[in-house]
Write a protein that binds this ligand. Structure first.
Ligand code: ADP
Ligand code: MG
Length: 472
């Protein structure tokens, strides 16, 4: 490629707190009635004063800790002045000079800063004008800014996906992109690759004009919008045209970005220290009580080492923490003293991921019992699937279900012998077909045996016996 893409992300996350950032109004993202979680403070009535929500501050700090950033011991809020109808105060309380976190890293991408601010209300555009719902106004909003370290749409998507996972593990936000709980903005520029001389030149001087893309409502949109933008800018440069420093939106239907407005510079916001809030002096005891839980990457590594299951399965489990916890409970119930514990764990993972499809109603103990029975050859895999279905629907101990229905695997040679004779006697034509070379005919006969025994007969032994009887 002629031009080197440079991408930096700005990600906003609504924090899961009981109340809003600076008042006692509830922070309830599921509230459907408009303007019920509001009060004079978040409605910006004159004379009201904000109070900092410590829970929100702690949540940002724990994210900073998880990402290896430097946590501030002194932090402060600033006013960011701008007018928009969803912002009742005419300014947003944000952080400019003294963010809560600086530095850190995720997926090899350096993090510039993580700060705390307040969300705006929500505008609803109707035919005759616009409505505004202030339930969201003043909800704690974390903003994470990355360095322009990213090179591809895919890399940006993976960064955002991993961040979402971490936020969920830390239980600081549900970070659902469709609901706007996590909002990604991507800054994209192209650098013309010419000889830049000394390596210690200021990086920003070498970067091209950046365009900021908003309204990215899904991970897929993040990847596609960035890649589209790289193409669009390359074409402009190819034709000796200038790239405008602007904000663009993403049109999901057209799969294109479109110009929204020219970008304001940060001095347009006239940031200044928020006079109504004291600075924060953050001491160690703020975080001492909050131990980091196991993070997604640690879980991946531990699962690989402890359980030796397939990478794709590990990924499914890591992305669904409930499923992973359930899996670990099953493993703890397996009879691992039998010869191949890893085989048994792998078997459990297979059944859990392909047959249970996220339905976790079966007790781990009963699930483990079933896996043990499969591993010991007490039931066939055909029967296992049926029993699993029954366990899902009605619950219960698999060994009882199996005994009641007579589904224990039939390995007894004389019983199988008898059945093989019967099948051949009743299907002489099919047996003849097999003899004359039709391989499928044998499988058909085995199928009849499975049907007759509701899947309980050992299919390998039956197959061998049928074969011997017909050919000999
Ligand atoms: P602004 O003041 O325009 O918001 P910032 O310096 O705050 O710009 O950076 C915002 C985001 O843009 C960061 O994620 C940063 O990494 C990214 N960024 C900065 N310069 C560039 C560039 N030339 N190309 C792509 N992204 C950039
Ligand atoms: Mg910025």
């Amino acid at each position: 490629m002629k031009y080197k893409p440079t991408i930096g992300l700005e990600i906003h996350v609504e924090l899961k707190t009981k109340t809003k950032m600076f008042c006692n109004s509830l922070n309830d993202p599921n509230e459907k009635r408009p303007n019920v979680n509001v009060c004079p403070i978040c409605m910006a009535h004159p004379g009201t004063l904000p109070v900092i929500n410590k829970e929100a501050v702690k949540k940002v700090l724990i994210v900073g800790k998880a990402l290896g950033g430097k946590l501030a011991d002194y932090s402060r809020f600033d006013r960011k002045n701008y007018f928009y109808p969803d912002l009742p105060k005419g300014y947003q309380i944000s952080q400019f000079k003294h963010p809560l976190v600086e530095g850190g890293k995720l997926n090899g991408v350096k993090i510039t800063r993580i700060h705390l601010e307040e969300d705006t209300g929500r505008l609803i555009h109707i035919k005759d004008g616009s409505l505004v719902d202030f339930n969201r106004a003043g909800v704690p909003l974390m903003e994470l800014v990355t360095e322009p370290d990213i090179k591809l749409g895919e890399e940006a998507r993976k960064f955002a996906e991993e961040l979402q996972l971490i936020l969920r593990y830390l239980d600081v936000s549900d970070a659902d992109m469709e609901k706007g709980e996590m909002r990604v903005e991507a800054n994209v520029s192209l650098q013309t690759t010419y000889d830049v001389g000394k390596a210690n030149d200021i990086v920003s001087r070498l970067l091209g004009t950046k365009v900021e893309i908003k309204n990215l409502n899904s991970f897929r949109a993040v990847e596609r919008a960035i890649n589209y933008e790289i193409e669009r800018q390359s074409e402009l440069l190819d034709n000796d045209k200038k790239i405008l420093h602007e904000t663009r939106g993403w049109d999901e239907n057209k799969q294109k970005t479109f110009s929204q407005r020219e970008k304001e510079e940060s001095h347009d916001y006239r940031y200044f220290p928020e006079p109504d809030l004291p600075p924060l002096l953050i001491t160690d005891d703020w975080l001492l009580t909050t131990q980091l839980p196991e993070l997604p990457q640690q879980k991946r590594e531990r699962f690989k080492k402890e359980y030796e299951i397939k990478d794709e399965q590990i990924e499914i489990l890591v992305r669904n923490k409930k499923l992973a916890d359930y899996f670990e409970k099953i493993v703890s119930c397996l009879c691992l003293e039998i010869e191949s514990p890893n085989g048994l764990i792998q078997l459990a993972a297979n059944y859990l991921i392909t047959d249970l499809a996220g339905d976790l109603t079966i007790t781990p103990n009963n699930f483990a019992k079933l896996i043990n029975m499969i591993a010991k050859g007490e039931i066939t895999s055909r029967v296992a699937k049926d029993v699993l279905r029954e366990m899902r629907e009605k619950g219960g101990d698999p060994s009882i279900i199996i005994s009641k229905k007579g589904l224990r695997q039939i390995n007894d040679e004389s019983a199988i012998n008898e059945l093989a004779d019967k099948i051949i006697r009743e299907n002489p034509k099919v047996a003849e077909d097999y003899k004359s070379g039709k391989e499928n005919a044998l499988q058909f006969l085995v199928g009849l045996g499975m049907k007759e025994t509701k899947g309980a007969i050992n299919p390998d032994i039956l197959k061998k016996m049928l074969k011997n009887k017909i050919i000999l």
